[in-house]
Design a protein around this ligand. Structure first.
Ligand code: MG
Ligand code: MG
Length: 267
């Protein structure tokens, strides 16, 4: 069922989103060679709990940690561990969620560890830009697949044949982390549910340098590229409002990320 929020509920979504933004910012600042993914997990959990919120991933279908930390060919759902230590040249996707007064924020960043290969720098930029292209279509009066199409068109606007992971996607979000509708990262525009004020979505493209086929590891969680190519993942939660998209998980509400698009941003 699609959940439509009141403005009071969106304010709580915003509070949850800002806590997630703080947790991701703290982890980003700590990313360096020699740091373990467990170290980053502990940082996020402290930020979330100090803010009076609860980590939403912890215990979700048995997931044992606060964040998903996915390195290089790992796309999503990597489990933090003391044994996973970052090295120069790695790329790490950090995905994090929090619940505040019953409402969820969900956001992810991919971060280079020190200097990385130029094609990996490009992969990160392309993936993040495709997320913003999708978010820019979170507009009242549009349709759900306008977002999907914008993500795909953005990825496809580059000459390199990037892969778009099609097995996973974005989702509705509110009093649960994962709600209807599922948001594909590709497809034709103008289809699916109408975008109305109070609909909140997590938009999360996963893009690969090589083939987008995926494999789930024996830990039951970690999703990797079948061909071993690097992957990137970015995610924000957006509340659709009559005043424009409000990116609940961006400190600035999405103003900077949406500057190049002709949309007013609710903030
Ligand atoms: Mg997420
Ligand atoms: Mg999500």
């Amino acid at each position: 069922m699609i959940q439509i929020k009141t403005s009071e509920e969106i304010a709580l979504m915003r509070s949850a989103g800002l806590i997630v933004a703080d947790a991701l910012a703290a982890m980003r600042a700590a990313v360096a060679p020699g740091v373990s993914t467990q170290d980053l997990d502990a940082i996020a959990e402290r930020v979330i709990r100090d803010a009076g919120a609860v980590p939403s991933f912890l215990g979700y279908r048995g997931f044992p940690k606060t964040v998903c930390a996915s390195i290089n060919d790992e796309i999503v759902h990597g489990i933090p561990s003391r044994k996973r230590v970052l090295a120069q040249g790695d790329v790490i996707s950090l995905d994090c969620g929090a619940i505040y007064h019953g409402y969820h924020g969900d956001s992810a960043i991919s971060v280079a560890v020190g200097a990385v290969a130029p094609e990996v720098v490009a992969l990160l930029a392309v993936t993040e830009a495709s997320m913003w292209a999708g978010l820019s279509r979170a507009l009242v009066g549009g349709r759900l697949t306008d977002i999907s199409h914008a993500v795909e068109a953005s990825v496809r606007s580059h000459s390199h044949p990037y892969g778009i992971v099609d097995h996973y996607g974005g989702h509705g979000i509110g009093t649960e982390m994962h709600q209807d509708p599922h948001v594909l990262n590709f497809g034709r525009p103008g289809r699916g549910p109408r975008l109305v004020p109070g609909l909140c979505l997590a938009i999360e493209p996963m893009v690969t340098l090589g083939d987008p086929a995926t494999v789930e590891l024996d830990d039951g969680w970690t999703v990797v590229t079948k061909d071993g190519s690097f992957a990137a993942h970015f995610e924000h939660t957006v509340a659709i409002t009559a005043d424009g998209p409000l990116i609940t998980t961006a400190h600035d509400g999405g103003r900077a990320g949406l500057t190049e698009y002709d949309v007013s941003v609710a903030i």
